[in-house]
Design a protein around this ligand. Structure first.
Ligand SMILES: [Zn+2]
Length: 197
């Protein structure tokens, strides 16, 4: 529809997750009309984030240093590790302020359809950490879907010889929800995961 660099920009923006052709066009025109300094600043940040941000050598979280702030923080509980699928899941758990231990990022889930097996994930590193550090509890916080459950089951199996306590996040009813609207899987899990109050 357009020509040259404007169309190239619209095409590139359209490849971003969650951005359709209309949003891509709107964003491109926004950049055209914005002052050059703000646009240059954004372009520089895009380049910088790719150069500077890497994975923590211990846990796999995003970090600009070899070992991330969470792993380096001696005030955190050194005996428990919460296992998550992706680095971005850490901020969700951190926001709850309920977990004071450290993390381990798997880098995905076991998914035979996508050709992802245990070796493509940071599972061996996790077992090594349990063996090498004084870990007492592993909390599995993979997503409560088919792949997440399969990955959790695999982790339970490979961690068995280490004799570490392995727990799984409870799934339950959404706060503010009503029983009659809950699907039977969620309600069934909430029943199974019930605890004394
Ligand atoms: Zn780390």
């Amino acid at each position: 529809m357009y020509q040259g660099s404007l169309q190239d920009l619209i095409d590139a923006l359209g490849k971003l997750p969650g951005i359709g052709p209309k949003s891509a066009q709107r964003l491109a025109f926004y950049f055209l009309q914005t002052d050059p300094i703000s646009v240059e600043n954004l372009a520089r940040l895009l380049v910088e984030v790719k150069q500077k941000v890497k994975s923590c050598r211990t846990c796999g979280a995003v970090s600009e240093t070899e070992i991330c702030n969470l792993c380096n923080d001696t005030r955190r509980d050194q005996t428990s590790i919460c296992v998550v699928e992706e680095a971005k899941d850490i901020s969700a758990i951190e926001k709850t302020r309920e977990f004071k231990g450290r993390y381990h990022v798997l880098g995905g889930v076991i998914s035979p359809i996508d050709g992802i097996g245990p070796d493509q994930l940071r599972i061996k590193d996790l077992v090594k950490r349990v063996d090498g550090e004084k870990i007492q509890e592993i909390i599995i916080a993979t997503n409560p879907n088919l792949e997440g459950e399969a990955t959790a089951a695999y982790l339970v199996k490979v961690l068995e010889p280490t004799q570490v306590l392995v727990t799984r996040l409870a799934s339950g009813l959404p706060v503010g929800g009503e029983l009659e609207y809950a699907d039977e899987v969620t309600l069934g899990r909430a029943l199974k995961g019930r605890r004394p109050i």
